[in-house]
Design a protein around this ligand. Structure first.
Ligand SMILES: [Fe+2]
Length: 321
C-alpha cells in the first residue's frame, strides 16, 4: 500500500505536525511519510483511521510531521474544524501549536462566514470560540500567544478574529469572575461584531479614500445589518446582539448608530469598541501602514480620550505590558 510521489517536496507536499492528528479518527486525505529529499511514501489513505499504535510508532521513530498533497489542504482543514476540540486537548501540543491551530482554523472559518453567512458557518464559529475559551481556561498563556500572532494585514475576517482575541482577553481581565459559559457567549459576539459588513459592497469596505455621504450612511448601517443577519441565522442571544449593535458607539455619545453614551453602553460593547479601534490602527491597509502597539495606544489615549472608559483603557494597556 505504498506509493511514491515524484514531484518536488516544496511544490506538491505540505508538512503537517503529527500533534494535529487525533487518534482513532479518519483524516479524510492521504497522508505521506517523507523518506528522502523529494521522496514520499503513502502512510495513510483517506478512509483509514490513524490508530494510537501508529502514532506511537511514529513518535518512537522521531517522526514529528507527516505530509499531505497541497491540493488536499481544504480536506485537512475540514478535518481540523470537525475535530478541533479533540486536537486541542492533545497533551503533546505546545501552547504555541495550540495558538497557531486556533488562529489558522479561525481564519478558514471566518473567511467562509463573511463570504457566505449561514447557520452552518455561524455554528462553526461558535464551536471555534468554545474551543478557544476551553483552551485559554486550561492554558492561559495561549491567550497572550494568540494576541501575538494576530494578522497585521486587514481583511474583515482577520479583523474579526483579532478583535475576538483582544476582547476575550480583555473581558477576562476586566471581569475576572466571568464564567466560561459567559465568555463563550461574549466571544461569539466579539467574533460576529462586524457580520453586517458581509452585506456592504467590497468597493466600499476597501475604498482607499474617504467615503462619500451615501457610502458613509450605508456603512453606518452595518451594526443593524449584522444584528439582523445574526437573528436570521438563528443567533438571537441578547448579549451577542448588543455587542453587534453597539461596537461603534462611544462614551462621548459621538458614535453610531444610536449615539448613545457612557452609561447606556454595556461593558462588552465598550470593550469591543476599544478592541475594534485598536485593531484598525495596528493593521495595514492599501492606503495606510500598520501602527505599532505603542503608537496605537498613544493615539487612543491622547486623541480620543473621551471615546472610551478610562478604567477599561488602562486595563487594555496592561494587556500589552
Ligand atoms: Fe464595525
Amino acid at each position: 500500500m505504498t506509493q511514491t510521489a515524484t514531484t518536488k517536496a516544496d511544490t506538491t507536499y505540505q508538512q503537517i505536525p503529527l500533534t494535529t492528528l487525533a487518534p482513532e479518527r479518519q483524516v479524510g486525505v492521504k497522508l505521506f511519510l517523507r523518506t528522502g529529499k523529494d521522496r514520499f511514501v503513502l502512510f495513510l489513505t483517506e478512509t483509514t483511521q490513524l490508530s494510537t499504535a501508529k502514532i506511537e510508532q511514529l513518535k518512537q521513530n522521531n517522526v514529528s510531521h507527516l505530509y499531505l498533497n497541497t491540493s488536499d489542504r481544504q480536506g485537512y482543514l475540514s478535518y481540523i474544524k470537525k475535530n478541533l476540540s479533540a486536537i486541542l486537548t492533545n497533551p503533546d501540543l505546545t501552547e504555541n501549536d495550540k495558538a497557531s491551530i486556533i488562529y489558522e482554523t479561525a481564519s478558514d472559518i471566518t473567511e467562509e462566514l463573511f463570504l457566505q453567512p449561514s447557520r452552518e458557518s455561524i455554528e462553526q464559529t461558535r464551536n471555534l470560540v468554545d474551543c478557544m475559551i476551553d483552551t485559554i481556561s486550561q492554558s492561559p498563556k495561549t491567550s497572550n500567544l494568540l494576541m501575538m500572532i494576530t494578522n497585521q494585514d486587514y481583511y474583515t475576517y482577520t479583523h474579526s478574529i483579532n478583535v475576538g482575541i483582544y476582547a476575550v482577553s480583555m473581558m477576562r481581565k476586566a471581569i475576572p469572575s466571568s464564567s466560561e459559559a459567559e465568555l463563550k457567549t461574549l466571544g461569539l459576539g466579539f467574533f460576529l461584531h462586524d457580520l453586517g459588513k458581509a452585506r456592504i459592497p467590497n468597493s466600499i469596505i476597501n475604498k482607499k479614500g474617504s467615503l462619500d455621504q451615501d457610502e458613509w450612511l450605508l456603512m453606518q448601517e452595518h451594526p443593524a445589518m449584522g444584528a439582523e443577519l445574526a437573528q436570521e441565522m438563528g443567533t438571537d442571544n441578547p448579549t451577542i446582539i448588543d455587542i453587534i449593535l453597539t461596537h461603534h458607539e462611544r462614551c462621548s455619545g459621538s458614535g453610531y448608530p444610536k449615539k448613545i453614551s457612557r452609561n447606556e453602553i454595556s461593558i462588552p460593547g465598550k470593550i469591543c469598541a476599544l478592541c475594534d479601534v485598536f485593531d484598525a490602527l495596528t493593521t495595514k491597509r492599501s492606503y495606510k501602514k500598520a501602527l505599532s502597539t505603542f503608537e496605537a495606544l498613544k493615539i487612543i489615549q491622547n486623541e480620543t480620550p473621551d471615546h472610551f472608559e478610562p478604567e477599561l483603557l488602562n486595563q487594555f494597556i496592561l494587556l500589552f505590558s
